[in-house]
Ligand binder design. Structure first.
Ligand code: NAD
Ligand code: ZN
Length: 251
């Protein structure tokens, strides 16, 4: 990482009033949650995402999708937010008089567990269940719920409250994410490959609205050429260094 970039970015954080951090699976990689497209180990490697993480797959075989997502939930429950999540929570705590909004594609809940708020979970969460028909029923996902069951209110299938491939995003959450992205004065993108739409549009919209965009990813992405700063680094390393740099500037 170039120390000049870090110094400039720390100054931008100090001057900003509204900061957005837009995160993807790469942020949770250091927690041991496999990312989706990194030639992933374990979980994703052995399965076809269209079978286990799509709405068509769920409608075809609810039990299979349920049991695979339950494995993922167990992994998430066993593991912890990492130094990157914690550095972001510290950044928020140190941001007096600023608004720091996390917009995440991750369904692991680690940003909230680390202490960030608000967190806009545009792809939902693996920790909650809801009625497929959206009759209003929702419940925490207890690990004892090992198979799909009918909604106690309307009888439709109960399912994990996350956005499966082939589904629309929650309009209210996405509209809030869009609004925050357009009005921010600094936008971080971390650990995302920009392949899942429409979430991948948020940094593009932010950039078009004149918001400075900083990308943190060990590998180049389609955003790298247009980002104001494209930092080749892991998330934990970057946000830890950024926190230290801000403290150093404040003396
Ligand atoms: P992705 O898997 O498509 O891409 C991950 C990106 O993170 C890659 O560009 C990779 O280079 C980068 N990366 C890897 N290690 C990193 C690190 N240590 N620090 C920073 N960046 C790192 O992820 P995506 O763009 O979020 O899309 C995947 C979809 O699957 C999302 O919709 C997400 O909801 C879901 N998903 C979520 C989780 C989770 O909740 N933890 C895990 C896997 C997949
Ligand atoms: Zn119902």
């Amino acid at each position: 990482m170039q120390s000049g970039s870090l110094d400039s970015i720390a100054s931008m954080v100090r001057a900003a009033k509204e900061i957005v951090v837009f995160s993807g699976a790469g942020l949770s990689a250091d927690s041991g949650i496999p990312t989706f497209r990194d030639g992933a180990t374990g979980l994703w490697n052995k399965v076809d995402p269209d079978e286990v993480a799509s709405i068509e797959g769920f409608l075809r075989n609810p039990a299979r999708v349920w049991s695979w997502l339950l494995q993922l939930k167990k992994l998430v429950d066993e593991r912890q937010p990492n130094a990157g999540h914690q550095a972001l929570a510290r950044l928020q705590a140190s941001c007096r008089g600023k608004q720091l909004t996390v917009i995440t594609q991750n369904i692991d809940g680690y940003h909230s567990r680390a202490g960030n708020a608000p967190v806009l979970e545009v792809h939902g969460t693996i920790h909650r269940l809801r009625c497929q028909q959206r009759c209003g029923f929702s419940a925490n996902w207890e690990e004892s719920a090992v198979e799909p069951y009918p909604c106690p209110r309307c009888g439709a299938p109960v399912r994990p409250d996350l956005v499966l491939f082939g589904e629309m995003l929650d309009e209210e959450v996405f509209a809030a994410a869009e609004m925050r992205s357009l009005t921010a004065d600094l936008f971080f993108c971390v650990g995302t490959s920009f392949t899942v739409q429409p979430a991948a549009l948020l940094p593009v919209w932010a950039k078009r609205a004149g918001v400075p965009v900083v990308e943190i990813n060990p590998h180049p992405t389609s955003l790298s050429a247009v980002a104001d700063y494209s930092i080749r680094s892991g998330a934990s390393e970057f946000f830890t260094a950024l926190g230290a740099q801000i403290e150093a500037q404040q003396g």
